[in-house]
Write a protein that binds this ligand. Structure first.
Ligand code: S3P
Length: 434
């Protein structure tokens, strides 16, 4: 299915963006591990997070919808039920990489996980290797791809330094660590800490701090059971980022985005934008904070001129899903912008270095791929044309925003992919444009 996004007049108004995908996945998974029912308000209604509810139901959790909330009756920490069928994770990489952390200590049970064509090309050795070090047995296709099977076992604690900066890998090991005594994950570059915050709220012993070398250490202690108070999911900064980019790029725009999660481990994109000359954050969580609550703020977005910037490896994990937007903004900025140290983009829902560079070049951008990022020459804007989403939700959303800011409009092929994280995106844009 394709959709056209024509050059837009000013975007104006107030909007509440969809719920955070990362936090929704974690609320559902930790809710399934809990011993008491958990009420989750503002759970994300999108394809990825529906996959998570499907998966936890397969494992024995009961999920009820009541008005605007979900009630999850979990299985308890050590009582996930082995389903007869494969667990289908759909397109959800976070589900695929977090769930095995829990399943790995369901002693005597085996669980097979599989997903769509995009999931089948995303590596799972990054979780399988450390889980094996903890004592789990995991069989994967070609040793590293889905479908794969997790055989539950008695686990031992580890101290593990992440070879790639990945919140999904860290989260998987922290969930497994609940059954081991003290398990520590060391991150030379910090990644989002939603799992640590959710586990802290669920009564687990969690410590997170920077050590003398500057690395971040997250440690979980052994838990007998988890109990989660009501959870309210904040708005998703990664979804808001597309509206922010639209507001910054489309002349005359002025938007207010309400209830956006501003956990500092997610707001790297706002800091990059600030460097480019666009300040949007009104009430930031200070960099380096760690507390159980997920902070929320209102964001003010205005159109304005942009300067080029360079994003280095240290900033990449805290803006990982927004880097395609840095490429788009770079097309409109004064000077050459670059992203480096971002080879992880190659193993996202698509190879996001290739799909972003090819996609934007097709719209008239002067952009080149590098091994671990891209370089884009600001040319005062974009012509427009056709962009293929390659089944990747963030590419579909990128194409739509590019269309509004372009001179001739953009036809997005495969726009339906947007439903993975932001099903109502086109309607929200239309509301802001009217
Ligand atoms: C996520 C972590 C990131 C991010 C993904 C969601 C999470 O992936 O790209 O969209 O919820 O933990 P990596 O952990 O692979 O960097």
């Amino acid at each position: 299915m394709s959709a056209r996004f024509d050059p837009s007049g000013p975007l104006r108004g107030r909007l509440r963006v969809p719920a955070d995908k990362s936090v929704s996945h974690r609320a559902a998974i930790v809710g399934a591990m809990a011993s008491e029912p958990v009420r989750v308000r503002n759970y994300l209604e999108a394809a990825d997070t529906r996959s998570t509810l499907g998966a936890i139901r397969e494992l024995g959790a009961i999920v009820e919808r009541r008005d605007h909330e979900l009630v999850i009756r979990g299985c308890g920490l050590r009582h996930a039920r082995a389903p007869a069928e494969r667990i289908d994770v759909g397109n959800a990489g976070t589900l695929m990489r977090l769930l095995p952390g829990w399943l790995a200590f369901q002693e005597g049970s085996s669980f097979e996980l599989d997903g769509d064509a995009s999931i089948r090309r995303r590596p799972v050795d990054r979780i399988a290797e450390p889980l094996r070090l903890m004592g789990a047995q995991i069989d994967a296709r070609e040793g590293r791809f889905p479908p794969f099977t997790v055989h539950g076992a008695a686990l031992s604690p580890i101290e593990y330094e992440l070879p790639v900066a990945s919140a999904q890998v860290k989260s998987c090991l922290l969930l497994a660590g609940l059954a081991t005594g003290e398990t520590t994950v060391i991150e030379p570059i910090p990644t989002r800490d939603h799992t640590e915050r959710m586990l802290l709220r669920a009564g687990a012993t969690v410590e997170r701090a920077q050590d003398r070398t500057g690395a971040w250490r997250s440690t979980v202690g052994n838990a007998d059971e988890l109990e989660l108070d009501d959870v309210e999911i904040p708005g998703d900064l990664s979804s808001a980022a597309f509206l922010i980019a639209a507001g910054v790029l489309v002349k005359g725009s002025s938007l207010v985005l309400e209830g956006v999660g501003v956990n500092w481990t997610r707001t790297g994109f706002l800091r990059i934008l600030e460097r480019m000359g666009a300040t949007v954050l009104t009430d930031a969580e200070p960099v380096g904070s760690f507390e159980a609550e997920e902070p929320v703020a209102e964001l003010d977005v205005r159109h304005g001129p942009l300067e080029a910037t360079t994003v280095g490896a240290g900033e990449v994990p805290l803006a990982i899903d927004e880097l395609p937007l840095v490429a788009l903004l770079g097309c409109f900025a004064e000077g050459d912008s670059a992203v480096t140290g971002a080879s992880e983009l190659r193993v996202k829902e698509s190879d996001r270095i290739a799909t972003v560079v090819d996609g934007l070049r097709g719209l008239g951008a002067d952009i080149e791929a590098t091994e671990d990022g891209f370089v884009v020459r600001g040319a005062g804007g974009l012509r427009g044309g056709v962009l293929n989403a390659h089944g990747d939700h963030r590419l579909a959303l990128l194409g739509a925003v590019a269309g509004l800011a372009s001179s001739e409009g953009v036809e997005v092929e495969g726009i339906e992919a947007a439903a993975v994280s932001y099903p109502g995106f086109a309607d929200d844009l239309a509301a802001l444009a009217s």
